[in-house]
Design a binder for this molecule. Sequence first.
Ligand code: ADP
Ligand code: MG
Length: 337
Amino acid sequence: MKFNEIGEFGFIESIKKQCSTSSKNVIKGIGDDCAVFRANSNRVFLFTTDMLVEDVHFLMDKITPYQLGWKSVAVNLSDIAAMGGIPLHVLISIGIPVKTDVELIKDLYRGMNDICSHYNVNILGGDTVASKDKLIINISLLGDGEEHSVLYRHGAGPGDKVYLTGNVGDSAAGLNILQNKISFSYTDKDYFIKAHNEPWPLVETGRIIATSQLAGAMIDLSDGLLSDLGHICEESKVGASIFEEQIPLSRELRLLSSRENFNPLELALSGGEDYVLLFTAPEKNIHAIEQLSREKDISPIVMIGEITNEEGIRLTDSYGKSTFVRPKGFDHFSELS
Ligand code: ADP
Ligand code: MG
């Protein structure tokens, strides 16, 4: 069935059953003029939104509808993770071309609902409109946390160590494979495509880091390592020095890059959409952080460098030669112009 046959209200009725709410704090989800839920007392709200536009953020032939639903929620969850919060409720608004298959949107909601269920997030409503010819998805996510444990971009200071909570570059390799810019003759391409299309936001990891009180600043890697580290530097009015050899790359990416003869560093530094967390912590917390990553059930934590008081980001290669590097993260308005 096509979208112009089922209509807005028929569609809303059909997804009502597909949208999960699990919290006892939800009084009213989909089906009224507003959603109604109880707030947890003594906590601050974290509120984020992200919009995905067909042909700008995704291409329908490079991602399945299920993955698109998953990823559109995942990128918002990652923003809550980056501040150490707990995700709670989402609103999902979509602009749907009238000739769209209803099944496609149902698959999209299956992906959204699966990731929401996994993280105990309630789908509390949204809006549905017709779009001329592109699919548009906007997700708003509300989370909460303790005021004193929220981690901002502005909390880094000179001498702090810089850490990553996972590998970088896999997602960018996936995108390059999808765009036929990297051949994949010998490699399992699904690993990379999954990294790009079905990222796992590090909500638990972000939470453990924030509540440990060991870190100063945190951000999730959406634009690319250099670009996102650049955001921390800018907001904290500091610089950074990182070491090429310490940047964590997956075994799969090392293998792919040596077989296909390219330098994985470019993807790792500027690729983006890794959705791992980058955080800084005072030097005195080194051992406590090592212990945290050993004892708690979180993603591996790797130190990649330190915060400096000189402006810019310095990259030191395996021969000890260091140069200033400029971020080449994704910027919408420069990419499109
Ligand atoms: P109103 O016209 O009062 O804004 P709507 O008819 O747009 O109400 O929506 C009716 C209900 O369905 C509301 O609870 C709204 O949040 C929900 N809803 C509408 N579109 C979506 C969607 N795409 N995903 C989830 N819930 C939706
Ligand atoms: Mg409406």
